[in-house]
Design a protein around this ligand. Structure first.
Ligand code: HGY
Ligand code: MN
Ligand code: MN
Length: 414
């Protein structure tokens, strides 16, 4: 008998359709509030409406659909993830959780199951925080943790979040009102690719996430003196790039020495960036993470001390502006158990895995029980167009999600 992979096939087809919406022809880049984000949001809204959801794009740019339960106005089980991407991204990071939730909701409606809670599907728009110096802004808006100063942050072209949100059709002044009453949300479930190699090594299609690592991000600037590459003796330079290069290696060394931590300089820009000019300025980003908040705090301090010592020795300036400081989040034990039981009913042996990546679930966990189901991805690759999953694993994850929702419905008082 051939295996029924119909749910997985639909998930893969819709993810492929969504991947068409990019700001950069030839590769997938869909940054928060871009034209591609708007087009993707409208596509997702259309699919949600077709599945019987009342849909709106909220003041912060998230697509939120609601389908009532047995009676109108019941608390909601919220399911979703994000549709913004990094630059030159894979197509599953984020969309798998949005489309998986949509297809699970379609399957539940097809069974004629009436639920003792509403279903809300959500497609957040600023989980990657690549365009603006923000931190899970659209999901934190629902959690009542939106920081107003984010609206004044600017992208690489100098466009403020406020301007971009207004152009997108959002409402900067309406964000505060997005705060949700925790009593209205039973829980938040997010299906997401693992973005690591563990499930492939264990030959399991799905895993249950135990916790999400804490994360600190900062924008750093090294200020030296632009000068002539041919005339300034080596001992008389204030070379911003040589200093920054030493700092990048210090970040790598300190991250490797901190228990279970990671430390990354992902972006670096040199000014003026000419072959015969000693660099006058370097801007670079810091991303420091650890499952233990005390370890992360120590790492942040060590990196800052090291960069300042290098700057002092080389006679250059150094500034660091932290724009993300998320504590580690333990996910809800009850929902973890529900996901695990559903996976076991389907014959899987899902491991419990910590997440080194952050997710919107970390924001929602502030106001509701939150849990995540990881899905195996090839060689653990992510934030890369080589990111891939199989239709079998997409199907497995979606069926586990359906089963989890129905098992929660059985437990919920009618
Ligand atoms: O960077 C992260 O952890 C996530 O992919 N935004
Ligand atoms: Mn993601
Ligand atoms: Mn990501």
């Amino acid at each position: 008998m051939t295996e029924d992979l119909s749910l997985g096939a639909r998930v893969m087809a819709l993810i492929d359709d969504l991947a068409r919406h990019t700001d950069e022809p030839g590769r997938l880049t869909r940054l928060y509030l871009s034209p591609a984000h708007r087009a993707a949001a409208e596509a997702v809204a259309g699919w949600m409406r077709a599945a019987g959801f009342q849909v709106a794009i909220d003041a912060a740019g998230s697509v939120i659909g609601r389908r009532e339960g047995r009676q109108p106005g019941l608390p909601a089980l919220m399911i979703g993830s994000h549709i913004d991407s990094v630059v030159d991204a894979g197509r599953y990071d984020g969309p798998l959780g949005v489309i998986g939730g949509l297809v699970a909701a379609e399957a539940i409606a097809a069974r004629g199951a009436s639920l003792p809670f509403a279903l809300e599907l959500v497609a957040f728009g600023d989980e990657e925080n690549v365009r603006f110096p923000t931190s899970l802004s659209t999901s934190k808006a629902l959690a009542g943790r939106y920081q107003p100063e984010w609206l004044d942050g600017r992208d690489a072209d100098g466009v403020s979040l406020r301007e971009a949100l207004t152009r997108f059709g959002g409402d900067p002044d309406g964000i505060a009102a997005l705060r949700r009453d925790p009593a209205g949300i039973l829980g938040f479930l997010e299906v997401h690719i693992e973005q690591g190699p563990a499930l492939q090594a264990l030959d399991q299609p799905v895993g249950v996430v135990s916790a999400i690592a804490g994360i600190t991000r900062a924008r750093c600037t090294v200020t030296g003196e632009a000068n002539h590459a041919g005339t300034v003796p080596m001992g008389m330079r204030r070379d911003a790039l040589a200093a920054a290069a030493e700092m990048v290696l210090a970040v790598e060394r300190l991250g490797a020495a901190a228990p279970a931590a990671v430390a990354t300089v992902g972006a670096l820009a040199v000014t003026p960036g000419a072959v015969n000019v000693i660099a006058g300025r370097v801007d670079f980003t810091l991303d420091l993470r650890a499952p233990d908040d005390a370890v992360r705090a120590r790492l942040v301090a060590e990196v800052d001390d090291a960069c300042r010592a290098i700057a002092a020795r080389r006679g250059v300036g150094f500034t660091a502006e932290t724009f993300m400081d998320n504590t580690a989040v333990v996910l809800d034990p009850g929902l973890q158990a529900a996901l695990e039981a559903a996976a076991r009913r389907h014959g899987y042996a899902p491991p419990r895995l910590p997440s080194g990546a952050t997710h919107d679930a970390a924001a929602l966990a502030a106001i509701a029980p939150a849990a995540m189901l990881f899905v195996r991805c090839k060689d653990g690759i992510s934030h890369n167009p080589a990111e891939s999953i199989t239709v079998q694993d997409a199907d497995a994850a979606t069926r586990v999600l359906v089963d989890t929702i129905l098992s929660l419905a059985e437990r919920q008082p009618a």
